[in-house]
Structure formats: C-alpha cells, structure tokens
Design a protein around this ligand. Structure first.
Ligand SMILES: Nc1ncnc2c1ncn2[C@@H]1O[C@H](COP(=O)(O)OP(=O)(O)O)[C@@H](O)[C@H]1O
Ligand SMILES: [Mg+2]
Length: 328
C-alpha cells in the first residue's frame, strides 16, 4: 500500500469577508470605476477614502448588489456577488449616504418594519427592536416620529435598522457626513463597538482623512475611479515625504558631531535638535541608532514624525485633501 500523499496543509489564515477583482463601471463615456481590487479580512474595518465624485457610492452599490458592475468579480461572506446575490444580501447590511428612515414613522415603527422585512416572528421583532433602541440610546424617543430627530439620531436609527438583519458585513456610506463633531464621535464609538462586540466587518466610505485614520484597519484611497494607494494609516503616512526623525542632544558639541554624521540632517531652529528625513520605518530607525552607537554619541531623545493623511492625499492625488477643500 502506498502512503497517502503528504500535501502540506496551508497555514490557517483569517478568512476574507470581501474580495473584489477588476470592478469596472461606466456611465456612457464616463468611466466611474476603472478596475478596483479589494481584500478585506473578517472582523476588520476598511475605509474607502476619496473626495466627492471619486466613485465611493458606486463601489458600495455594486458590492451590495444594488448595481451591476460592467466587469469584475467579487465574493462576500463566501458567496459570489452575482451568482449568489440572495445569499450576499442576507449577509450584508447597508446604510446609505442619505438615511433611509421613514420620517413619518416613529423610531420603533421603523425598526419593526425592518423586522417584518426580514421575516422575524412578531415577538422576536419586538425584542430585537427594543434591544437596538437601548443600544443606540433611543429608548426615550422610541415613540416619537423620526421627523423630530436630529441628524445624529437619524443616523443612529439608520444603523440600528441595518442591524435588525444581523449582518456580517456592514456598508456605511459616509456615515458621519453632515454630523456635528459630537455626533460624529458618538458614531465612531458605535462603529468601534460593533466590531469589538460582534466581530462584524465594516466597509465604510468617507471624505474625512481623520475618520479613516480613527476607525480603519486598512485604508484605500480612491481618486477618479482608481485606487491610488492602500495600506494602514501608518503605512500611507510613511510613503509621504515630510516624515522625519528628530534627535535631541544634551549640548551643542554633541549636536554638532551628529550633524556631521548625517549629511541630510537639518538643525531645528534654536533647539538642540536635528531633523533627519526618514520614512520612520524600523530599519531606518535602526540605521540612525547604529551610526550614533558607532561613535558612542548619545541622543537625549528620539521621536518619529509622520505626516498626516492630508499630506498623503496631496502627494497621492496632486490635490488638497477633501477636508481642506471643503474647509469652511
Ligand atoms: N446614475 C449615474 N449616471 C451617470 N453618472 C453617475 C451616476 N451615478 C454616479 N455617477 C457619476 O459617477 C461618479 C462617481 O459617483 P459616486 O460613486 O456617487 O461618487 P462618490 O460617492 O465618491 O461621491 C460621479 O462623477 C458621478 O457623477
Ligand atoms: Mg457618495
């Protein structure tokens, strides 16, 4: 008898909640998405960052089965976007850029309507609605018509309605656009707790660099239908010129010796500090420390300065970040 073949079992990897390859969409001559590839691991937050008109909503509509792509494939929660569209719909929740709540109904009625749409038994629907009202701190206003709600409350209700169906992947299209800073922070906390408590995967779009930085494990920058960069906030920041290491020394003599060692360094004003252009990576740090060590020169402090996401956007797209453009 021959021994069974010993095919190596690949190491277990975190399953992808969403993969997309080559997504394209045009309206007439206008190319809106020009070949988008995405991979989003389960239980993570992904941010699609881009200015108005970049193609964010179109991407969300395609991935949530609301709009057919012209080309490309995608799998969500293990199901093919096109061939298994019903299974995909059952696994996802979508909150649109414009809240889909019915203004004439109360918060509770909106939630019960959603429970009906998901064919939840009546009692289960009531339980779920009550639980979500509690979770989003809307219990006190549960019987008030939504027309009386603030923008922040409406967004919360919109998200609560999405959760009635217990989705594994949640699309949030510009969840905080138009919200005041306090409501924005509340929404951020809600999104974070969803991921922490329920292990859901979040696909969010945003025009706010800070929002992507705050929430996302990975960020993709979309500019006129093309992904111009992808990575963690830190990775994106490192790709951008302007990052530097700052070395502070105890006295003028040490500072002068260090300045001689690093040709690209510049003195920082009157401070006993030196700036060395750097991507802030570990190897770059190590090489600077090695040079200092080799001549037994001690620095008082070393700090890494990375540029912010506005700089990232400017460098990647040649345009000011959307936040700056829209600054009022
Ligand atoms: N139904 C449509 N018909 C024609 N053009 C459209 C349609 N929907 C979107 N677009 C165009 O596609 C581009 C991307 O739109 P969209 O995905 O809404 O961008 P974003 O959400 O990033 O602001 C825009 O230029 C928009 O005008
Ligand atoms: Mg949009």
């Amino acid at each position: 008898m021959t021994a069974a073949s010993t095919t190596a079992v690949p190491p277990t990897r975190t399953a992808a909640a969403l993969t997309a390859v080559g997504l394209r969409k045009s309206y007439g001559d206008k190319v809106v998405l020009d070949g988008i590839d995405l991979t989003i691991p389960e239980g993570t937050v992904f941010a699609l960052l881009g200015p108005n008109g970049a193609g964010k909503t179109t991407t969300v509509q395609i991935l949530s089965t609301l709009l057919p792509a012209d080309a490309g494939q995608a799998r969500l929660a293990g199901h093919d976007l096109v061939r298994e569209a019903d299974a995909v719909r059952a696994a996802i929740g979508v909150t649109g850029q414009f809240a889909a709540v019915d203004n004439l109904l109360t918060a509770e009625e909106n939630l019960l309507l959603m429970a009906d749409l998901h064919h939840l038994p009546r009692r289960e629907g009531r339980r779920r609605a009550a639980e979500l009202l509690r979770r989003f701190e809307l219990t006190a206003v549960a019987r008030k018509p939504v027309a009386t709600f603030s923008g922040g409350m409406r967004r919360k209700l919109d998200l609560a309605m999405t959760l009635v169906g217990d989705p594994r992947i949640i699309f949030l299209d510009e969840p905080t656009t138009g919200l005041d800073p306090r409501s924005r922070r509340t929404m951020w906390e809600t999104i974070r707790s969803l991921v922490a408590d329920e292990g859901v995967t979040i696909f969010l779009t945003t025009q706010y660099l800070e929002e992507a930085d705050q929430l996302a494990d990975r960020i993709a920058v979309l500019d006129r239908g093309v992904l111009v960069a992808e990575g963690t906030a830190e990775e994106l920041k490192r790709r951008i010129p302007g990052g530097h290491l700052r070395l502070r020394f105890a006295d003028e003599r040490r500072l002068a010796s260090a300045a001689d060692l690093f040709g690209t360094a510049t003195r920082e004003g009157e401070a006993l500090a030196l700036r060395i252009p750097s991507d802030g990576s570990i190897p770059a740090l190590r090489s600077v420390l090695d040079v200092l060590e080799s001549v037994a020169l001690e620095a008082e402090a070393l700090t890494v300065h990375t540029p912010d996401l506005d700089d990232v956007f400017l460098t990647l797209t040649g345009q000011a970040g959307p936040q700056k453009e829209n600054a009022r």
